[in-house]
Write a protein that binds this ligand. Structure first.
Ligand code: 5AD
Ligand code: SF4
Length: 468
């Protein structure tokens, strides 16, 4: 039998890319590839790129420069190393990559990963291959069900793609251009994947999609189902104890989703709903299709539905034309909502979306200063949120042994890592844990004795949070 070939994937960016990387590993495993953590001894290296923020393509070219050195070394040792560029930079700049980087054998966009084996064969016989079409009809064709072995290596928690692409066209964002129009997978296919994962020991599912709550996949009744109904359906699958979804848009938080949060204990009370800015003027220029008050109302409705719910968000500072006043509106919104965590970025023009044409650029110093101020505020809220856990008893789903001998680690409903001294036999189970200490972002506690019901933790106790 021939030796297995080694595959190294370097992934940047969002959860969708992490998930796609797993799928590429699954697809190529059927071709005799096994994954290796190092690029040096790989026969195939895939750069799974992200185009969403600053300097994405420059990073790819400098990484390709490093890979050229490794490939030349391999060639001197009589070994062939193939190099693939995948992901959203491949989608957006495919031709340019082929032109500028002769080291690359295959350029493949996110909709074409199921063609990787053919593209590699094509590169071998004809030189180089480029595939960045949008064959919408088989957008999910690269999703063969993962093998039992692949599932096992993923442990307790797994992502499942439910929709791809986005029709929102926020004026700063490349996603509608790189990932194409919004397409949802049928309910039955998703339920099959979740059942298979549950049968193999997965207890937590995160449904992912670029605009996940725009989900409208075909239900068993032939009608489009909203995300809330899909969640309700999946919550009934034996073995699934936790459900999450990411990333959502405030405009697509509909009644079905609110009701799912109200009714499903499996649906975790931690929601990532990006708002980007607290200023209506900037939200308008961003083409977000919602105001700051619309967003506040969405948060209020979710809080009413589930009292222990907490939020995270994305923010962009320094969008073209953002004044000091606009930025203060963002700070005020953050103060008012009280986040358990959030990501904040400096605006960076991307090729494609219309904001790149806007001329009123905010100076680099101003952007830096705003980013620091916003991040300080968010950090203080996150610390307050974590500190407020001390002394409470919360449910933890245990995932794996910790680095410290004798300890195991899991996650709370709010995704905080929680460490306890306990037997690894309870990995895969949910146990109530009394939180005693906080070490950076990790909680340390002890298993609550006996069949204690975990106390719901109320975010309304936080100093930064306005009442639900
Ligand atoms: N500049 C800065 N941040 C951006 N994001 C998306 N596009 C840009 C851009 N051009 C941020 C948004 C989005 C997150 C995934 O990345 O906040 O929600
Ligand atoms: Fe991009 Fe806006 Fe779609 Fe999110 S909702 S993926 S920011 S266009």
């Amino acid at each position: 039998m021939s030796q297995p070939r080694k595959l190294h994937i370097k992934s940047y960016g969002c959860q969708m890319n992490v998930y796609d990387a797993q799928r590429m590993v699954d697809t190529l495993a059927a071709e005799g590839f096994i994954e290796t953590p190092a690029a040096d001894d790989a026969d195939l290296v895939i750069l799974n790129t992200c185009h969403i923020r600053e300097k994405a393509s420059e990073k790819v070219y400098s990484e390709l420069g490093r890979l050229r050195v490794l490939r030349d070394e391999a060639a001197r040792g009589g070994r062939t190393m193939n190099i693939v560029v995948a992901g959203c930079v491949a989608q957006a700049e495919g031709q340019e990559i082929i032109r500028r980087a002769p080291v690359v054998d295959v350029v493949v966009g996110p909709q074409s990963y199921h063609h990787l084996p053919q593209l590699l064969a094509q590169a071998k016989s004809h030189g180089r291959a480029l595939e960045t079409e949008f064959p919408v009809e088989d957008k999910f064709a690269f999703l063969p069900p993962p093998s039992r072995q692949a599932i096992r290596s993923r442990g307790i928690s797994s992502f499942v793609t439910v929709q791809e692409g986005c029709d929102k066209f926020c004026s700063f964002c490349v996603v509608p251009y790189t990932r194409g129009a919004e397409v949802s997978r049928p309910v039955a296919k998703i339920a099959d994947d979740v059942r298979r994962l549950a049968d193999n020991g997965v207890h937590e599912i995160t449904l992912i999609g670029q605009n996940v709550n725009a989900y409208h996949g075909e239900g068993p009744d032939g009608r489009p189902w909203p995300l809330g109904r899909l969640l309700r359906h999946l919550a009934r699958i034996p073995g699934i104890v936790r459900l999450r979804y990411s990333t959502s848009h405030p405009r697509d938080v509909d009644d079905s989703l609110i009701e799912a949060h109200r009714d499903l204990p499996e649906l975790m009370p931690f929601v990532h709903v990006p708002v980007q800015s607290g200023s209506d003027r900037i939200l308008g220029a961003m083409n977000r299709k919602h105001s700051a008050d619309d967003y506040r109302r969405v948060i209020e409705r979710l809080r009413k539905a589930r009292q222990d719910i907490a939020f995270s968000s994305d923010f962009i500072v320094g969008f073209p034309g953002e004044t000091g006043e606009d930025f203060c509106a963002t700070l005020a919104l953050v103060e008012q909502i009280g986040y358990a965590g959030a990501y904040s970025f400096k605006y960076s023009p991307r090729p494609g979306p219309p904001a790149a044409e806007m001329r009123e650029m905010v100076s680099a110093e101003e952007m830096d200063e705003r980013l620091v101020r916003l991040q300080e505020l968010i950090d203080s809220q996150q610390s307050a949120f974590n500190r407020a856990m001390i002394g409470t008893t919360v449910d933890v789903l245990f995932e794996r042994p910790a680095r410290n001998p004798g300890q195991i680690v899991g996650r709370t409903a709010w995704l905080q890592p929680a460490h306890v001294f306990a037997s690894p036999d309870i990995i895969g189970q949910v146990w109530p844990v009394t939180i005693e200490r906080l070490e950076r972002y990790s909680l340390l506690g002890t298993l609550a004795p006996g069949p204690v019901q975990a106390q719901p933790f109320s975010t309304t106790s936080l100093p930064t949070t306005v009442g639900a």
